[in-house]
Ligand binder design. Structure first.
Ligand SMILES: Nc1ncnc2c1ncn2[C@@H]1O[C@H](COP(=O)(O)OP(=O)(O)OP(=O)(O)O)[C@@H](O)[C@H]1O
Ligand SMILES: CC(C)(CO)[C@@H](O)C(=O)[O-]
Ligand code: BAL
Length: 280
């Protein structure tokens, strides 16, 4: 497996691959890899000749300096996992390589970003839009892989691809969970033992809410019950719990047909902010 830190180095490697008519899959990540990331790598290896994983903790998408500072960084272990998985190349640039000058680009995703993660983390999706656009330009992948765990990010990137006519296929992969239901996430590493034991309640509350909605209980009541469930566990501070249309991401007062609804949650467990969702 090749590891590149410069855009030039990666580009010349990829140019050779393209000359040989090889297809390229890209998995953008911020590192501290887990089986969720590896599931994206596996999907890419099945569908492409060359799989590139990027590892870059993108400062422009962090609105909270402590979150950025404490974001886990484990490059050596990440590379070992990627090599074992059969990844072809890793792109792990420095901040200076990606941003030689401060970017002044502004990308506005309108109503897609005015809710949930976008509302709670001002500027977050502007930063995601900038870095993902740069990665798409640098790698020119045939396919790019993203996880459903970051549901709003998927919608934002679908929009970006359509608006800027990126010539690639977006592949959305299911959320990989621990055996107790907790969605795998790099930030889980920041939980202490007590917090880690409590964390699976996020998925339990999501699943209970889904069952109640499917059984016909109204959205307002279900949100109130979920909010109450979080309030009974004092370690949690709920940021949002929303029932939304999966396409528009706007709150709904009644659920629609199967596959068009999502429940999205963000909650602090101590200082760590975790997100999860179910689509049904
Ligand atoms: N549990 C998971 N299952 C499937 N895909 C995942 C999972 N966790 C993250 N991903 C996907 O991996 C890609 C890179 O995500 P990222 O590096 O931010 O990891 P993360 O675990 O989401 O970290 P964090 O949420 O703590 O920032 C994203 O497309 C994300 O949706
Ligand atoms: C897509 C991404 C790698 C952009 O920095 C990040 O938002 C993430 O890890 O989901
Ligand atoms: N997993 C999404 C990236 C972030 O939380 O900044």
């Amino acid at each position: 497996m090749e590891v590149f830190t410069s855009i030039k180095g990666l580009r010349s490697f990829l140019d050779q691959q393209l000359l040989q008519q090889k297809t390229v899959g890209l998995i953008p990540t911020m590192g501290a890899l887990h089986e969720g990331h590896i599931s994206l790598v596996d999907a890419s290896i099945k569908q492409n000749d060359v799989t590139v994983s990027s590892i870059f903790v993108n400062p422009t998408q962090f609105n909270n300096p402590e979150d950025l500072l404490k974001y886990p960084r484990t490059l050596a272990e990440d590379c070992a996992m990627l090599e074992k998985a059969g990844c072809t190349a890793v792109f792990a640039p420095s901040v200076e390589e990606m941003y030689p000058e401060k970017s002044s680009l502004v990308i506005n995703f309108g109503t897609l970003e005015s809710v949930m993660e976008g509302a709670s983390r001002p500027g977050h999706f502007n930063g995601v839009g900038i870095v993902v656009s740069k990665l798409f330009h640098i790698v020119s992948p045939h396919r790019a892989y993203f996880g459903q765990k970051d549901l709003q990010q998927v919608s934002i990137i679908q929009r970006l691809v359509a608006d800027l006519a990126f010539n690639l296929e977006l592949i959305v992969c299911p959320t990989i969970r621990e055996t107790d239901g907790l969605a795998m996430s790099s930030r889980n590493r920041r939980l202490n033992d007590a917090e880690r034991n409590i964390a699976p309640h996020i998925y339990r509350i999501l699943e209970d809410a889904k069952k109640d909605l499917v059984a016909g209980i109204n959205v307002k009541e279900v949100i109130a019950a979920a909010t109450h469930a979080f309030s009974t566990i004092p370690e949690f501070t709920l940021d949002y719990f929303e029932v939304v249309d999966v396409k528009t991401l706007q709150p709904i007062s009644e659920i629609g047909s199967a596959g068009t609804n999502a429940i999205c949650v963000a909650a602090f467990l101590g200082p760590v902010r975790l997100i999860d969702n179910v689509v049904f």
